[in-house]
Design a binder for this molecule. Structure first.
Ligand SMILES: NC(=O)c1ccc[n+]([C@@H]2O[C@H](COP(=O)([O-])OP(=O)(O)OC[C@H]3O[C@@H](n4cnc5c(N)ncnc54)[C@H](OP(=O)(O)O)[C@@H]3O)[C@@H](O)[C@H]2O)c1
Length: 329
């Protein structure tokens, strides 16, 4: 099969298309012929050598890619839930920028007929991350006020929709008014341009001084102190990304007096059992909402897989609102 491989770390030019051996499915795995994969910030970090694929010894090369959509080509002998020809999408620990992938059947998500393969590839990583952060982690409740940072990111566009549809009031921060207008179309009530305003003060103002019950943060260090200010007493802050840096200082007095809870999360390094449990909950609770049209993957732009370096440049320039998809012909 052909795949985009990383034989060295560096700029987008190190992403090269070449022939590699096909993966082989284990007894409980599906072999899927992919039609599309999608970019995630983690792919950029992996390309730069800052986020190695989990597992033992470093392989001769890595294939980036944390998600896919495609058609099942073969199944292992103990697979019961899928058969050849089924449309599926799912989360991977790596290997998605390729014509074929393998996935455990309990992690695979059936793809409804009314979603295209490109849309399917835009669902797993960002919707599973946002779903997990809002509900199992932060315990979001009806009527909560949710603040989503990087509201135009893949995960941000998923979180805005999931929070809104679950009865939350949604505020978000973004880097342009254009992205803000698009976030409002997705269901955000308040979109704050962090480049032109003091976002923590804007959150306070929009909530009558109360603050947010749940904050999803992807920025990290530069937002630490302001996140504590913008949270309501007993608020929950989930750290999902560190795009602005990983280390900072907080005032523990604020944490204690507000009785705040801070959570950190990653998906990729979790054991199979945890990922399978998450995928099964997502299939039950969220996938019907894609079928009804209440949730939709936000696809910003589709590139051919051979254009992966350009797709990475596009992401690094922060130009996307929602997902950047790679079509695999
Ligand atoms: N923990 C997990 O399991 C997990 C899973 C998936 C993703 N993530 C993390 O979630 C974050 C978003 O990922 P993604 O793939 O959805 O991202 P994305 O689509 O590439 O979007 C990222 C957006 O964040 C904004 N941004 C970038 N640097 C910023 C900074 N220093 N301060 C404020 N805003 C900044 C930019 O939009 P503006 O124009 O608004 O600035 C950019 O377009 C990443 O940190 C990623 O690593 C974590």
């Amino acid at each position: 099969m052909r795949a985009i491989v990383l034989e060295e770390h560096g700029g987008p030019e190190v992403l090269r298309l070449r022939d590699v051996p096909d993966p082989a499915p284990g007894p409980e795995e599906l072999l899927v012929r992919t039609g599309a994969t999608a970019l995630n910030r983690a792919d950029v970090m992996q390309r730069e050598g800052r986020y190695p694929q989990p597992g033992g010894r470093a392989p001769a090369f890595e294939i980036p890619g944390l998600e896919f959509a495609g058609i099942v080509e073969a199944v292992g002998e103990r697979v019961t839930a899928f058969r050849s020809g089924d449309r599926v999408c799912g989360l991977l620990a790596g290997g998605g920028y390729a014509e074929k992938v393998v996935i455990h059947e309990r992690q695979a998500i059936p793809l409804p007929d009314d979603l295209s393969i490109e849309e399917g590839a835009a669902i797993p990583e960002v919707f599973l991350t946002a779903y997990d952060a809002l509900f199992p982690q932060a315990g979001m409740a009806l009527g909560d006020t949710v603040l989503v940072h990087a509201g135009g990111s893949g995960v941000g566009t998923a979180a805005i929709q999931l929070a809104r549809i679950s009865g939350a009031r949604v505020l978000c921060t973004l880097g342009s008014d254009d992205k803000g207008a698009r976030a409002r179309e997705l269901g955000a009530e308040v979109a704050i341009n962090y480049k032109t305003s003091d976002w923590a003060a804007a959150v306070k103002e929009a909530t009558g001084g109360r603050g947010a019950d749940v904050i999803l943060d992807f920025v990290g260090a530069p937002y630490l102190e302001q996140n504590l200010q913008a949270a309501t007493p007993r608020g929950r802050i989930v750290f999902i990304g560190t795009m602005g840096g990983p280390s900072g200082q907080i005032n523990l007095g604020v944490l204690m007096s507000k009785r705040l809870q801070l959570f950190g999360t990653v998906l990729r390094a979790r054991p199979l059992e945890e990922k399978a449990t998450l995928a099964q909950a997502f299939i039950r609770h969220a996938m019907p909402l894609f079928r009804s049209g209440a949730l939709r993957p936000v696809v910003d732009r589709v590139f051919d897989i051979s254009e992966a370096p350009d797709a990475h440049r596009y992401m690094e320039a922060n130009r996307n609102f929602g997902k950047i998809v790679l079509r695999i012909p």
